[in-house]
Ligand binder design. Sequence first.
Ligand SMILES: Nc1nc2c(ncn2[C@@H]2O[C@H](COP(=O)(O)OP(=O)(O)OP(=O)(O)O)[C@@H](O)[C@H]2O)c(=O)[nH]1
Ligand SMILES: [Mg+2]
Length: 295
Amino acid sequence: MTYRSGFVALVGRPNVGKSTLLNAILGRKIAIATPKPQTTRLSIRGILHSQDAQLVLVDTPGVHRATNKLGHRMVKTAKAEARGVDALWHIVDISRPPREEDQWAADMCRAAESPTWLIANKSDLVGRVDERIKAYQQISDYAAWYPISALREEGLERLIADGLAALPEGDPYFPEDMVTDQPEDTYVGETIREQILMATQDEVPHSVAVVVDERTRRSAEMMYVRATIYVERESQKAILIGAKGRMLRRIGENARRELETYYGHAVYLDVWVKVKRHWREQEEWLTRLGFQAPE
Ligand SMILES: Nc1nc2c(ncn2[C@@H]2O[C@H](COP(=O)(O)OP(=O)(O)OP(=O)(O)O)[C@@H](O)[C@H]2O)c(=O)[nH]1
Ligand SMILES: [Mg+2]
């Protein structure tokens, strides 16, 4: 039997559904996905195991015009992850015409010199998918194209089957039971950040970073988590805490519920908010928060 294995990077502008697709293919939520652009900040590997193949999907931050050092590191991360993979899936939102950021993502794929497929996501939102695909075919040379809906899990079977078949022959990269390389603390912090993104508007979502300070199993049935939410300004801290602490309580409760589903038992979540001025512009802080772009 021939065994196939390889890496496929999911590249595209923000908000097109890369993380949703990763979760849909794995059949499990490992990456946060929200209606806010620039949700994903770090790359995440998700591993799909089949009987005779292993597909390592690399979710990356959305390609955009960076306006701060965090943004620059995010775009650099996407670029670095696109290099050296076996194939690239350029994810687009087919319900919208191509825009500048789609072109940048397409150029990034082209520069990476691996076979690139056009993944026309959100096809549930449009009637004339073929016409839209034609518009996207103008921006690059794609080896193949797939209309899909990551949200409704449509068109995924063919995409997965073809994706596996296109992998080179080789041994598995990861053990059979491994679904992701994402550290558990990162998953927990991201789950909290997801709830913040869902609950806040304007510049607040982008100004937030979450650090898990402590994660201790207090008993077989209870995990204690203490986390700090960093914001850039006092006014953002006030928004996050809310009147009588209601906002922070709601965020905490929603995150706790998600984490309890994940762990299958009780979680005690202790969340604090601190101001760290202009952390998105401070190299040292970005590195401390884990936003180290791969070389
Ligand atoms: N209608 C529809 N919505 C979708 C589909 N896929 C994703 N979405 C929605 O699009 C939004 C963005 O999804 P994400 O998966 O976070 O997008 P992303 O490309 O990872 O975004 P960044 O991490 O910011 O780069 C979310 O609200 C998703 O629910 C789809 O197939 N159809
Ligand atoms: Mg994402």
